[in-house]
Design a protein around this ligand. Structure first.
Ligand code: GAR
Length: 197
């Protein structure tokens, strides 16, 4: 069975969508472990589903390379076919990117290349955008710069706050990540080919 490690930093609603999807016998992937860069609420979703967790906190290491190496060491025993950053709010160190590329993907709450970085929803609102969205991309060494796999638009409403818009984006993201992981597992998406573009 196609196996997935999910990395998170926060509430983990996208992780939960994947965990729920993976309980279906029709779903072609299984979540084998969940990792985080800090103790966070999302880890409880993994516990609810009996999935093992690990925390590799950057503060415990003296350099980004050491942290990256520890992250890879925590992921590798699971021999995942895919690693999904689902609200993992760290730039993955180059060493970990090269160990996992192209089977490391990220979700981002904007239509990349617009609004990269940690405040994508706030930046879209500040910019007066009428439309923003969600993007899933292969992780490379840049900040939200890797090849795009899929994206979905979300309209910005005039009375949107950062949290109301982010919640509507997350509704789309949860569907998009569940569909995208399934399509990668079913070989309907070829990450090697996307990464050569
Ligand atoms: C999602 O909107 C995801 O796109 C975003 O964090 C949220 C996590 O939500 N990621 C980034 O902004 C990465 N730059 P969740 O914890 O409820 O799944």
């Amino acid at each position: 069975m196609f196996s997935v490690v999910v990395l998170i930093s926060g509430s983990g609603s996208n992780l939960r969508a994947l965990l729920e999807a993976a309980t279906s016998s029709d779903y072609p992937a299984r979540i084998v472990a969940v990792g985080a860069d800090r103790e966070c609420a999302g880890l409880t979703h993994a516990e609810d589903f009996g999935i093992p967790t690990f925390v590799v906190a950057p503060a415990a290491f003296t350099s980004r390379d050491e942290w990256g190496s520890a992250l890879v060491s925590a992921i590798e025993p699971w021999q995942p076919d895919l690693v999904v950053c689902a609200g993992f709010m760290r730039i993955v160190p180059a060493l970990a990117v090269s160990a996992l590329f192209p089977r490391l993907i990220n979700m981002h709450p904007a239509l990349l290349p617009l609004y990269p970085g940690a405040h994508a929803v706030r930046d879209a609102l500040a910019d007066g955008a009428n439309v923003t969205g969600a993007t899933i991309h292969v992780v490379d060494e840049g900040v939200d710069t890797g090849p795009v796999i899929r994206a979905r638009e979300v309209a910005v409403h005039q009375d949107d706050s950062e949290s109301s818009l982010h919640e509507r984006i997350k509704v789309e993201e949860r569907q998009l990540i569940v569909e995208t992981v399934a399509d990668i597992a079913r070989e309907r998406i070829d990450l090697e080919e996307i990464s050569r573009r």
